[in-house]
Design a protein around this ligand. Sequence first.
Ligand code: DX5
Ligand code: ZN
Length: 217
Amino acid sequence: MKIAPSILSADFANLSIALDQCERGEADQIHVDVMDGHFVPNITIGPGVVKDIRKRTGLPLDVHLMIENPEMYIPQFVQAGSDLITVHVETCENLSTVIRQIKESGAKAGVTLKPGTSLKDIENVISEVDLILIMSVEPGFGGQEFIPETLDRVRKIKKMIAALQERNSPEISVDGGVRLSNAKKIVGAGADILVIGSAIFETKDPVKTMNMFKQIS
Ligand code: DX5
Ligand code: ZN
């Protein structure tokens, strides 16, 4: 199991401290939540910040775009140093085209969906993406409660991937409300990556907490 600490819950005035903690905590990648105030009612990070984060860490940058018209901004986020870019199906008129755009610009591509969006909406692209991000809270804010129905969605998506018979095997990531208390269950349902924000950065010792998450498998 991999962990992707979400810096959304870190101190934005001290991001380099958070990045250093991620390295010491042996995080597998850094999850960067990009919000535009339109697709979600919150505004966070743009490509300029991603560029500076890139200079400070060698860890892969897993960029979660919660923005409308993602195709307009993908080039900037790739140029800034994103390793993987995940887009919301709800924001793409032609999902396959957007996924191709990400890959052709040299990054890995992920797809995600809100908790209420049908898994059928991403069925066609399972064979094309590197990552499927299952949202376990409504996108927009850290610190929310994990939606229990997510476990079933993870099991279902796992089956859909198995049906591809290794023609493609995207990783499954779960994002929102992940805590030490529910992590084992989520991994048991089939998650390969846990995105964790507040349950890491709102603890006294984020490095130690990351180590504790890493021990769950
Ligand atoms: C929510 C973001 C998440 C968020 C998770 O829209 O996509 O990545 O940071 O935060 P926690 O782990 O606190 O739920
Ligand atoms: Zn996220």
